[in-house]
Design a protein around this ligand. Sequence first.
Ligand code: PHE
Length: 339
Amino acid sequence: MKDKLESIKSQSIAEIDTVDSIQQLEEIRIKYLGKKGQLTQLLRGMGQLKPEERPVIGQLANEIRDMISEKIEETAYCLKRKEREKRLRNEFIDVTMPGRTKKLGNRHPLTKVLDEIEDIFIGMGFSIVEGPEIEKVYYNFDALNHSEHHPARDMQDTFYITEELLLRTQTSPNQVRTMEKQKPPIRVIVPGRVYRSDEIDATHSPMFHQIEGLVVDKGITMANLKGTLELFAKKLFGEHIQTKFRPHYFPFTEPSAEMDCTCSSCGGDGCHICKNTGWIEILGAGMVHPNVLENCNIDSTVYSGFAFGMGLDRIAMLKYDISDLRLMFENDKRFLEQF
Ligand code: PHE
């Protein structure tokens, strides 16, 4: 029995010396000191010893148990310390290391021009409103006095969602939406995305941006339209810019016109940007058609108004001399950083 105890002692100590984790150490404790451990089992057999041997073996067994426990405790302490040191080493942060720089983005040229245009109109007493991009056919066409067979209604040109819903082809539906909600005097601009079934090339995109304008009050005339839009053009492109109005047709304005500006690139002499005409078309406009006013329950014998719609992308391209519309939507930072 004594030999067995001695061998448990030396064997357990040797095993403890090789452990490198708390878990292994616990396994060793169970193996020797646990309820079914080797030492515990051995002590159960004490009954078979001669009475005079019992105290001697008992004392030896206790000594060995204490020794093993102590050794386990010591080793556990060392292991925990080592683990903590290792963890601290891993968590070490070199505060002197240079940080990773984050590159700031740029405001998109469209956003910049839109802000500028909004500022100009706010300065003239307009407010800014927005409308839905998924629009009712009623607002996009019917209420805007498009006849039933107007070519713009064509499935080929317009993205229909259902028979009654489409992706708006213009921001003009917001003329109607505004007049339904608000009594005159009205002075609003409505920026937003519009959609047409166009092939993508340097000057076309199935998605682009417009800014709608609407003024309704008593006594509004074509002179107010011309004065407002001429002032706008001079503020945006410079005092030297000249404007002219050409007759045009829109179903929802009468009379209708398009406004041209002298080419800001060549000053009117003629260049590749204005196709040698010296003029560049900027927007469509006109006096709100009485039918449209009546569709919105506004008495067209008392009130009159003017409306206009301009392409934001085109204006940004002119202002920043950008030759390809596609650049606007690719979000290449090398392009965006230039503005
Ligand atoms: N909605 C017209 C277009 O997309 C522009 C326009 C707006 C014309 C308002 C007149 C009045 O071409």
